[in-house]
Write a protein of this length. Structure first.
Lengths: 658, 254, 221
């Protein structure tokens, strides 16, 4: 099947307008008869379900958490970008579009990204109207900050809890529709299959996680807004429950998976402290605005950070990238930290960490503060005290969180940080309308592959999730449903539902009957280690080939020896987890195959074979300027389809931060 | 920070489901690192239970970074354990020492029935939000965001109230099982913003009515909720809600 | 709760202020004069009915609150360290209120019953006395009744002091709590209200407690 992205005709800046002007509409009387299933209630899912409910569709929304308010969008800290140009610093839709395509290392579709930049401004309007308490200036207008090294201030934020505030806004809109009866909410439910009738997605099989019962739900269309799959690495900044299962079921039913190996490794996370580690915690990227990253110049230096004199410290980012210094993009900063630690310069007990030091910032701020009061000859203790106050105002909550987790005071001793898996740019392949290769099946937010190419810029994930849910799907879904107005609700005793439920039930029974000896958690950890070591920050042919064999073996072992306690028809988190890990194992395999196929370095994907002499990533536009869309062809088998990428406006160039 | 290992006795509430009676079970865990989080302690214990062919302990958790509000354990007589302004997932084993006995119970509230072990049903909170915890603005209805300047003081205060994570520690810790802190945080946030004005009165009346319907207790101003709230939501919000409720009640024509 | 509480708080000021007149140590003249006024003025007597109604309402509300709040937590915690997050007296308003009520029964029996119903059935009547400082005004000698009750009975004095002690803690929470219930919680004013609440509770209760003690010790006679 040839992949058609269905990019509308016309100038880049006119495409979305043209589309909106020519798209098919559904009249209000018909909307009432059309049922839509939304799986996942994060920013994308909650905003989509609320908006579609408002339009009059009959919506059913599903989430595995106990409440839609707990979806992992809630954990996003930094902010949300929008091309408002409130700061009059030269921002525009075009610049946001340009930065996103370039930041994604030229592996995203220009048409999609332009639309994202275009609707970004409306998102802020919508959220403010909902009562989202964004940070403001004294004049009462919205405040912006620069984020992730951009040259304009276009990031809107609510302290370090922007994701929380945006999600609670979308959640309240969703609950309003629940109260109005347009949306029916199913929490503690997990989608376990897509039901296909005549080649179209027509519903889902969901499991009530409290009772263990399987349920059939019909929908004229199904929207998957189920987030990213970073937990394939076991350790990531994702929530414990974040999983690929819904997307993977769709993939197994024929939806192509786009660029699965594109993973974002975030450079500033609290490092692993031991084998017990269950998840990693992000320290906001904004810290790099003031913190300096360094390691000792001497290998295996066991002195305390404060005992290492200035001349024996290696500020390696400033050394390697004088132009951007500590503010290089996430992928570059992450690889540089790994390089130092691999060479034996790491710090802390595990030696897999680097320092993020605020001493200089504290002194700098302290001097400024002292200067403000005319105290030019302040002693160093006063300066430190004043400086700490300023730093506390800016990053107080992050410093507190760091101290809670590590027991160390980052005002006195540098933070230890290390990169960790944070976001997955890959996901279900979708066209301009966010439709997957299965008609009637859509994918929104992090679950799709569409807008971030090979690397996502800071403060763009929230923007994409809400853009898809509030401002894209309400238009594009109508284009499909307009042709479905004659399709009456299909009763769920239809053979396709019976068949799908039986398959799900058989799989659960099979899992429960293995009664092996290894816990789900232990096997997930093993998968994570394979992925992190061989398909993590740096990848090579040999490693990936080994990983593929190891994962195949792990898969076989899992289905032979996994041990799941409890029963099917009860609240059984181990069983839920087993199903998810089984899917992660298959996904891990595909990620390695995709990484193996992409013999170039771009964005978060670094192939050791494809680098410059001084160790920088080298893209290969001639051979790899395409979206890799994988079609499942049976057990451990996939076929690669290529959607060529063409760049009319932002001409690809090698990124340089020297 | 010096690390140390410890052996602990855990007394955990076990309850098969909402219908059965529960009881405490004791467990021994060994070599627990002071660097572990409290939930990682439960991971270790669960692995041990699975190995021994026993049913692992069910508990709610998700983000493990103190923001989703899923984790909910009553640890040694305190919601989220001994640290202040902290969630269970952010509690670390440094808070304990070798030989300690730790008692862990679920949130206890009529409105939060136990589902299994330490997992409770908090959908009552969702229903309270459904009763009015929103501003009725359809997607696309919004004017330009800067067309409505908001005093920074009000915006900051609204943000402080909006920081609630809906974990239910306030209900769990209140001797009366009252949900006033949760409800008042939402009512406050929206009543302080100009966007929230049109529905200000119906919101206060409806949310309070739903809260009472769910079977939460009444506030007697002990302020235990504020002391145990992981996000430090202030009881000043409860006063504001009382004001909003009085005002709405007086203006109401029904 | 807050409304009735605030009413009772105002009553206590009047009650305490009036009783404090025993400290004039004038053989009870001033005290008896005002007690007579309170006992005979029509408005005051009407308000007395209101007072009892409010007291009753306060008790009924309290009982309802306790039963609703108990119902909100059918299964109690095995371990609960409430002392880590709240003051014991704020959590013990029901208990303190019950103690106060028990004390109140005795208190009414000592003074209110004879002064209002003296002579009915077997209830002893208060002595009549004439007040030299008030042109020989005739009045019940409530002052003497106090002396009778307190002067020779250490047990009664202790019960009174304990009753007032319960009242102290009850007020300490109740005063500021009533304002919170009415929605008064302000960065600037609340600390002032709280200070007034503490001063009020201390002064009122010290005064009340000092009355039986002073009589027992013979400081006033």
């Amino acid at each position: 099947m040839a992949l058609d992205a269905k990019i509308p005709q016309g100038e880049m800046s006119e495409k979305w307008n043209y589309y909106k002007g020519h798209v098919k509409l559904v009249n209000p009387a018909n909307k009432r008869k059309l049922e839509v299933i939304v799986v996942g209630t994060g920013l994308a899912g909650a905003s989509a379900a609320a908006s579609l409910g408002e339009m009059g569709y009959k919506v059913k929304a599903f989430c595995f958490q106990d409440s839609p308010r707990r979806a992992h969008s809630i954990a996003a800290q930094g902010g949300i970008n929008a091309a408002k140009n409130y700061q009059n610093d030269g921002d525009s839709v075009f610049r946001l579009f340009y930065d996103t395509v370039k930041g994604g290392d030229y592996r995203a579709r220009e048409g999609n990204v332009y639309r994202l930049a275009e609707v970004s401004a409306s998102i802020i309007d919508q959220c403010v109207a909902q009562g989202v308490p964004f940070a403001r200036e004294y004049g009462g207008l919205l405040s912006n900050r620069s984020f992730g090294g951009t040259q304009v201030q276009r990031t809107f934020y609510a302290a370090g809890q922007t994701g929380q505030q945006l999600l609670l806004g979308a959640y309240s809109a969703l609950e309003r529709q629940v109260a109005l009866g347009t949306v029916k909410m199913y929490s503690r439910h997990e989608m376990l299959d897509v039901v296909m009738i005549d080649g179209k997605a027509r519903g889902i099989i969901a499991r009530d996680l409290v009772t263990g019962e399987l349920e059939r739900h019909f929908g004229h269309a199904v929207l998957l807004c189920t987030g990213g799959y970073g937990n394939v690495f076991y350790l990531s900044t994702n929530a414990m429950g974040s999983n690929v299962t819904a997307a993977w079921k769709a993939h197994k039913k024929g939806a192509y998976f786009g660029n699965p190996c594109f993973t974002q490794i975030h450079p500033t996370c609290i490092p692993v402290s031991g084998d017990h580690q269950s998840k990693l915690t992000l320290m906001s990227e904004s810290l790099r605005n003031d913190g300096r990253i360094w390691v000792p110049k001497k290998k295996d230096d066991n002195r305390k950070a404060v005992d290492i004199p200035e001349e024996e410290r290696d500020y390696y980012l400033e050394r390697r990238y004088p132009a951007f210094g500590n503010l290089v993009p996430r992928d570059v900063a992450s690889r540089a930290a790994k390089e130092r630690c691999d060479e034996g310069y790491g710090v802390g007990t595990t030696k897999m960490a680097v320092y993020l030091d605020f001493k200089d910032a504290i002194i700098r701020y302290g001097k400024t503060e002292a200067g403000k009061t005319g105290n030019e000859n302040a002693d160093s203790a006063t300066i430190l005290e004043l400086g700490k106050k300023v730093v506390a105002e800016k990053y107080g909550n992050l410093f507190e969180m760091y101290e809670k987790i590590t027991g160390e005071n980052p005002y006195e001793t540098p933070m230890r940080i290390y990169p960790a898996v944070h976001y997955t740019m890959g996901g279900l392949w979708v066209d301009y309308e966010l439709q997957t290769t299965i008609p009637g099946l859509y994918s929104l937010g992090e679950a799709n592959f569409s807008d971030h190419g090979a690397n996502r810029l800071g403060a763009s994930a929230l923007m994409q999730g809400l853009a898809d849910g509030y401002f894209v799907i309400p238009y594009t879904l109508g284009n499909y449903l307009a042709d479905e107005i004659r399709t009456a609700s299909i009763p769920t005793n239809h053979p396709a539902f019976e068949q799908a439920e039986k398959e799900v039930s058989d799989r659960i029974n099979r899992l429960m009957n293995i009664k092996g000896s290894q816990s789900v958690e232990s096997m997930h950890k093993r998968l994570g280690k394979i992925m992190w070591d061989k398909c993590g920050m740096a990848r090579n042919e040999q490693g990936l080939k080994t990983a593929i064999e190891e994962i195949k073996q792990l898969k076989e072992e899992f289905w032979r020896d996994v041990k799941i306690p409890g029963d099917i028809n009860e609240f059984n988190p181990e069983l839920d987890k087993a199903g998810r890990v089984a899917d992660f194992i298959e996904l891990g395999l595909l990620m390695c195959m995709d990484a193996l196929n992409k013999n170039e370095s771009c964005g978060g994907h670094f192939r050791e074979e494809s680098q410059t002499e001084d160790g920088e990533a080298k893209r290969d536009d001639e051979n790899f300027s395409y979206v890799a869309a994988w079609e499942m062809k049976g057990d451990n088998a996939w076929e690669l389809h290529k959607e060529p990428l063409s760049f009319e406006i932002v001409k690809p160039s090698q990124r340089s931060y020297k | 920070m010096e690390h140390y290992n410890m052996n602990l006795t855990l007394k955990v509430w076990r309850q098969k489901n909402g219908k059965s009676n529960g009881s405490f079970e004791s467990y021994q865990v060994k070599d627990i690192s002071s660097e572990m989080s409290f939930l990682e302690l439960f991971d270790v214990l669960n692995e041990q239970l699975i190995r021994d062919g026993k049913d692992p302990i069910a508990f709610d958790h998700d983000c493990r970074e103190g923001i989703c509000g899923a984790c909910s354990m009553y640890i040694n007589g305190q919601a989220h354990g001994p640290w202040q302004k902290n969630t269970t997932c952010q509690l670390h084993m440094r808070a304990f020492k070798d030989g300690d006995t730790i008692v862990v119970e679920p949130w206890r509230s009529k409105a939060f029935p136990v589902i299994k072990d330490l997992v409770v049903d908090r959908t009552a909170f969702d229903r309270i939000i459904q009763a009015g915890g929103y501003i009725s603005v359809n997607t696309g209805n919004a004017q330009d965001a800067n067309a409505l300047p908001i005093d920074k003081k009000d915006a900051d205060a609204a943000f402080d109230a909006a920081a609630c994570i809906g974990c239910g520690a306030c209900v769990a810790t209140c001797k009366n099982g009252s949900a006033m802190l949760f409800v008042s945080a939402k009512i406050s946030q929206l009543s302080m913003l100009p966007q929230g004005q049109p529905e200000r009165e119906t919101r206060a009346l409806n949310m309070v009515a739903q809260m009472d319907k769910e079977g939460f207790g009444n506030c007697t101003n002990t302020y235990a909720c504020e002391a145990e709230c992981p996000k430090g939501i202030s009881v000043a919000n409860i006063a504001r809600m009382n004001r909003e409720f009085l005002r709405a009640g007086m203006n109401s024509e029904d | 709760m807050g409304l009735t509480g605030l009413f009772l708080i105002t009553f206590l000021i009047v009650h305490c202020g009036l009783n404090a007149m025993i400290f004039f140590n004038d053989g009870g003249d001033t005290f008896n004069h005002w007690a007579h006024f309170m006992g005979t003025n029509l408005i005051i007597r009407t308000m007395e009915i209101g007072l009892f109604l409010f007291l009753l309402l306060h008790i009924v509300q309290g009982l309802m609150l306790v039963s609703q709040n108990n119902a909100a937590r059918p299964v109690k915690y095995a371990v609960n360290k409430a002392e880590k997050n709240s003051k014991w007296y704020s959590r013990s308003m029901g208990l303190l209120g019950t103690l106060i009520l028990l004390f109140l029964v005795l208190h009414l029996y000592h003074f209110w019953v004879p002064s209002r119903m003296g002579g009915l059935g077997s209830i002893h009547a208060l002595e009549e006395t004439s007040l030299p400082s008030y042109a020989g005004q005739e009045a019940h000698n409530l002052y003497k009744e106090m002396l009778v009750v307190f002067q020779n009975n250490i047990v009664v004095v202790i019960i009174y002091v304990l009753g007032v002690f319960s009242l102290f803690w009850h007020l300490l929470h109740g005063f500021q709590s009533a304002f919170q219930t009415f929605g008064v919680n302000h960065k600037r004013y609340t600390p002032i209200i709280n200070t007034i609440g503490v001063l009020y509770s201390v002064i009122i209760c010290l005064l009340f407690a000092s009355m039986p003690v002073a009589m027992y010790m013979g400081w006033v006679s």
